[in-house]
Structure formats: structure tokens, C-alpha cells
Design a protein around this ligand. Structure first.
Ligand code: FMN
Length: 251
């Protein structure tokens, strides 16, 4: 038996794809592998919407902030927290589902993310490229309409899938010790933060980011441009309303 996890060390997000399709058999294999992921109580409280139709991709494009991967990738996978199917099974079997609450949404969202990441790893192991789209949670209300998601179903992430058209540079990571705590959390002193983030701040692409956005620190690119407080609050309100509308806030 061989254990080859090298591809995990070498992976990077792929945002440009060749014209080549991802065949049905290959996709089925990936989906089957994904569905072997751990799942809460073996309930499988998730659904995966496969989008291949170009027209539907174009419909979704603005809700993913016009990110080119949406129409550039042959396959789009939208992963949904889904207590609809399981609750229906309960109701058919003289069992009262109690899943219209926030905890159950978290349970189903965790399930959905685990199956998503397992499919991504299976895809990357076969040389495919993937990109997650965080826009799914920003525009969940619109995606619910396009994908006709019933009550009890909330999209939590999207993955674009295809054959890589290039080999982009691999982004950095914090040193592993920055994210590991032995036994209990040891909080960071200023000098630890400075040490852990210094390599990232010193990178050429970070400097370029700062210059392009007219910011004096890399952190400001995140707080003032990429992930702003007002945007976070605005999209939080939409997402909370989605959770209410989809029946997950009855507590
Ligand atoms: C939940 C999630 C949402 C993401 N959303 C986007 C996105 O909307 N657009 C994008 O280009 N990349 C997106 N990414 C990819 C990250 O930007 C990428 O993983 C990160 O920059 C590290 O790069 P790497 O995956 O190549 O190591 C997302 C990743 C995750 C995990």
C-alpha cells in the first residue's frame, strides 16, 4: 500500500481551466468519494447541486460577483446544508424532526463543508483544479432562487472544478507553529504576531497589494478593502434572514 499525500503539500487554488470537460464517470467517482466523508450521525444532512448548464452558470455569475471561474469552469458544485430530505424521512416514519434551529443549521453546514473538502481532495489527487467561492454565503438568497432550494436547504459554499489551464505560484501559509497549540490555547503576544506574520508582510505580492490599494499595512488591505466591517454586517443580515426564511431560526 502506498500513502502519497505529496499533492496536498503542492496544491494551490486553480482559477483558470482548459476547455476540456470533466466526464460524467469521473465526476460520479469524485461525488461518491465525497459522500464517504464523515457525517453527523450518518445523517448526510447535505445536498450537492451540480451545474453544467452554461445558461444557469451565467444566471449565477453576478451572484458570485462576476468571478470568471463561474463560467470558465466546466462544473460548478454548490454544497448545501440540507435538513429537508432527512426531515421528510422522519415525517414519513412517525418521527418528529426537531431541526428547525440554528444548531441544526450548523450541523448541516459542517456536513456540507466536509463533503465539499473531501471532493476537492479527491479532485486534486486526480490532477483537477478547484476554487471555492465564498460569495455563496453572501448571496445565498439569490442562489436559493436560481437553484430552487426548498425550506430546510441553505447553500454554504460553491466549488468550481476543471482541468488546470496553468500552474499559478503557490501562495504562502503562516508557519505551522502559528496555528498549533499544545494541549491548551496559548494566546499570542505582540512579538509572536509580528514573528508569525512577518514573512507574509515581506512578500513581493503583499507589497504590491498594499501599493495597488494605497494602504500602509497589509492588514489594512483586509480590513479596509477585502473584508470590510460594513460588508460583513450587511451580508450577515442577509444570511440571518435566509436562515429564518429557510426555517432554521426557531429557537
Ligand atoms: C470558504 C472559502 C471561500 C473562498 N472564496 C473564494 C472566492 O470567492 N474567490 C476566489 O478566487 N478564491 C476563493 N477562495 C480561495 C482562497 O482565496 C484560497 O484558498 C487562498 O487564497 C489560499 O490559496 P491556495 O488555496 O491556492 O493555497 C476561497 C477559499 C475558501 C476556503
Amino acid at each position: 500500500m502506498t500513502y502519497n499525500t505529496d499533492f496536498l503539500y503542492n496544491r494551490r487554488t486553480i482559477r483558470e481551466y482548459t476547455q476540456e470537460d470533466v466526464g460524467d464517470d469521473l465526476l460520479d467517482d469524485l461525488l461518491k468519494a465525497g459522500c464517504r466523508a464523515s457525517t453527523t450521525g450518518n445523517m448526510q444532512v447535505y445536498s450537492i447541486i451540480v451545474t453544467r448548464d452554461e445558461e444557469r452558470k451565467r444566471e449565477m455569475l453576478p451572484f458570485h460577483f462576476n468571478q470568471k471561474m463561474v463560467t470558465g469552469a466546466p462544473v460548478l458544485l454548490t454544497f448545501c446544508a440540507d435538513f429537508n430530505r432527512f426531515s421528510k424521512w422522519c415525517l414519513l416514519n412517525n418521527a418528529g424532526p426537531g431541526y428547525d434551529n440554528f444548531l441544526s443549521f450548523m450541523t448541516a453546514a459542517i456536513d456540507a463543508l466536509l463533503v465539499a473538502q473531501t471532493i476537492c481532495i479527491a479532485a486534486e489527487a486526480r490532477g483537477l483544479g478547484i476554487c471555492y467561492l465564498g460569495t455563496t454565503t453572501y448571496m445565498a438568497d439569490k442562489l436559493i432562487e436560481v437553484l430552487k432550494l426548498p425550506k430546510g436547504v441553505v447553500p454554504v459554499t460553491t466549488v468550481t472544478l476543471g482541468w488546470p489551464a496553468g500552474h499559478p505560484d503557490q501562495p504562502d501559509r503562516l508557519p505551522v507553529e502559528a496555528v498549533i497549540h499544545k494541549e491548551v490555547y496559548s494566546d499570542y503576544e505582540d512579538k509572536d504576531i509580528e514573528r508569525f506574520y512577518s514573512a507574509k508582510e515581506g512578500r513581493e505580492d503583499s507589497r504590491q497589494f498594499m501599493q495597488e490599494n494605497n494602504k500602509s499595512t497589509l492588514a489594512q488591505v483586509f480590513t479596509d478593502v477585502r473584508y470590510k466591517k460594513e460588508d460583513n454586517i450587511y451580508f450577515s443580515k442577509i444570511l440571518l434572514q435566509v436562515l429564518k426564511d429557510q426555517g432554521f431560526m426557531n429557537q
